[in-house]
Write a new protein. Structure first.
Length: 179
């Protein structure tokens, strides 16, 4: 089962990164993949209520990979982190299946409260380099967040947003005219 999940994740990287040459190269040389592996372990430790140990493990991962993922984050299947340097994913973030995240992305909170304060990223979302998604907002399925966009409001499914603040440029559902 564990080996099957590793192979599935390696397949995701092989399909999504045209620069990948082999599974061995991906396994040994892709810090985004390493960050996901570290997170899975840190998350298991977190769920055992060994929170300090989990945070220490998470910090070691950040030092080694340049990707900061809080150990409490919920991550679905086949997350793809490309050029992971500078990615920050906050504690109450929820990430669905088949999400792609590029370098410099922040999935951050906007309040100092002990409840949901980070975004929910639904299935099949692509988040471009440098994008900031802030607060307890929802990014709908199959949406695309443009590079360097700042998203502070919900994004409907099947929508592309760009800009500061983010605004809809493509929406196959016909919903609204701005974000």
């Amino acid at each position: 089962m564990f080996l099957k999940k590793i192979i599935e994740l390696l397949d995701t990287y092989k399909k999504k990164d045209p620069a990948s040459r082999s599974y061995l190269e991906i396994f040994l040389c892709y810090p985004g993949l390493h960050a996901i592996f570290f997170h899975k372990i840190a998350n298991m430790i977190w769920k055992l209520r060994l929170k300090l140990i989990s945070r220490i493990f998470s910090n070691i991962s950040r030092f080694l990979t340049g990707v900061e993922i809080h150990p409490a984050v919920s991550i679905g299947k086949n997350l793809f982190i490309d050029h992971g340097m500078g990615i920050v994913i906050g504690e109450t973030t929820i990430i669905g299946d088949n999400v792609s995240i590029y370098q410099g992305v922040t999935l951050g909170g906007t309040k100092s409260v002990k409840k949901k304060r980070h975004p929910t990223i639904n299935d099949n979302v692509v988040i471009g380099a440098g994008a900031k998604i802030l607060g307890p907002i929802n990014i709908g399925k199959n949406s695309k967040i443009g590079a360097n966009s700042v998203v502070i409001k919900d994004v409907p499914s099947n929508t592309t947003v760009i800009g500061i603040p983010a605004r809809i440029i493509d929406n196959s559902t016909g919903y609204g005219s701005g974000i």
